[in-house]
Design a protein around this ligand. Sequence first.
Ligand code: DQA
Length: 147
Amino acid sequence: MKKILVLHGPNLNFLGIREKGVYGEMSFDGLNEYLLKTAEELGLRLEVFQSNSEGDLIDRLQQAYFDRVDGIIINPGAYTHYSYALRDAIASINIPVVEVHLSNIHNREEFRHTSVTAPVCIGQIAGFGAYSYILGMYALKMKLNIQ
Ligand code: DQA
């Protein structure tokens, strides 16, 4: 079974509380249950990690390298727009990474239109709510050639 890591960045633990008009009603726990259930159906072994700290996210990315994780789905939250450190960590690990966003960052404030992390990912999926993560799983399945 392929090992997939889902990394949630800052403030995503506040889903269901924060800006419901933008991010929806689903709670963070509800989102993770949905992801774990779907991964099981797709035959993927999923682990989920969330942190509000840039350094913890970088440590987890580096750990994924040593754990021989097969693929990563990351929602870097606001770090997407300015964290060169996170970008360098993604570029360092030789693991396919899909960047996902609940909202469509391209039709929001201008500062959200830039992703410094997407260029070192295999692709970006934005705007489909929780389903962005599911599409990320399908993208990794395709990339890892799993039937
Ligand atoms: C987000 C979009 C980011 O701009 C924002 O800072 C977030 C969430 C999303 O999933 O839509 O925290 O990554």
